[in-house]
Design a protein around this ligand. Structure first.
Ligand code: URA
Length: 319
């Protein structure tokens, strides 16, 4: 009984804190809202900011609008250093990225980075978000800096862009750029699939050895000044933007008839040959259109923040 009471008490939070944590307004403004009688708790007006509420049970309203408690989900970006594995536990006893986070909440990496790759690693406890970021259907791009053993040839860049056969099937189109003002063996490559050691294998297939691989962005989320081993929470803007990037521009699956899709026209008026031809044309057009990021300047702009870091690292590898 006493234990239950303690648990209940732990959940209580001050009304002003609850309102500001929910993102309605800053703490001071929340006080004002409360003082001026604009806040109700379970239909009763409350004018004392320190009133304790239980976010799971109490209904708090500001000007009649229900305040939604802050999400339980956590989203972080970690600068994964080389020499760490991207699993929650390693049988060989090597250090894992989890050793670097130190939060009580259990988080899971969104995809993997090899032991010897460093850079952006997103982690969350939100399975839906994780799926959105990883599922190939959503085409969320990841950008890597790669230092090769020799300058890259233009025809090979073309091949990378068009797709390389690995595991017996072609990779999706990639964005590739030589990093300006550095040797031709330093490139940026953006892909949206997540096959095992994909970037290394794509380049190895063309006869290059990747000497250094760093992920500089995932869904346009970069490291922004983090040092190896450091992490930070994602901002609301980064999250919203990542979700937007993952939102398909048009439905991919047609609903089955039982879920409301119009029945197919057997005589071919709507669902017949004409439509099939149109669909085929549409598909071809889609296949021809470039993947996100939509343009080279997009790629350049979104990763330019990282250029400074990268140049330093290139310098390091030279020394
Ligand atoms: N591609 C690779 O080859 N390695 C990684 O860690 C990520 C992508």
């Amino acid at each position: 009984m006493a234990q239950k009471k303690n648990n209940e008490e732990e959940k209580l939070t001050r009304l002003n804190k609850f309102i500001s944590n929910a993102g309605v307004t800053a703490r001071r403004k929340a006080d004002e809202l409360i003082f001026t009688g604009r806040v109700t708790v379970n239909m009763q007006t409350v004018t004392e900011p320190g009133t304790k509420v239980n976010p799971e049970k109490d209904v708090v309203k500001v000007d009649g609008e229900k305040v939604k408690p802050q999400s339980e989900f956590i989203y972080v970006v970690l600068f994964k250093p080389r020499g760490y594995v991207t699993t929650t536990h390693d049988e060989k006893g090597r250090p894992t990225v989890m050793d670097l986070i130190g939060l009580n909440t259990r988080l899971y990496p969104i995809g993997r980075l090899d032991y010897d790759t460093d850079g952006v690693l997103l982690l969350t406890n939100d399975g839906e978000f994780s799926n959105m970021m990883m599922h190939p259907r959503h085409k969320v791009f990841k950008t890597y800096f790669a230092k090769l053993d020799k300058p890259i040839e233009e025809p090979d860049m073309k091949k990378l862009r068009e797709g390389i056969i690995i595991d017996g099937r072609p990779t999706s189109r990639a964005k590739v750029r030589i990093i300006p003002n550095t040797a031709d063996q330093n490139i940026w490559i953006s892909i949206h699939e997540g096959r095992n050691r994909q970037v290394r294998r794509m380049l190895e297939t063309l006869g290059y050895i990747v000497q250094r691989l760093k992920r500089v962005e995932y869904a346009r989320i970069g490291l922004d000044g983090l040092k190896p081993g450091e992490w930070r929470y994602l901002s609301e803007e980064e999250l919203a933007n990542a979700r937007k990037l993952a939102t398909p521009k048009q439905p991919v699956f047609r609903k089955p008839e039982s879920e409301g899709a119009p029945p197919a026209d057997k005589k071919g008026k709507k669902g017949g040959k004409k439509k099939k031809k149109k669909d085929k044309k549409k598909k071809e057009q889609l296949a021809d259109s470039p993947p996100q990021p939509a343009s080279d300047s997009d790629v350049l702009e979104s990763i330019s923040k990282e250029l400074e870091n990268i140049s330093e690292q290139i310098q390091d590898t030279k020394e």
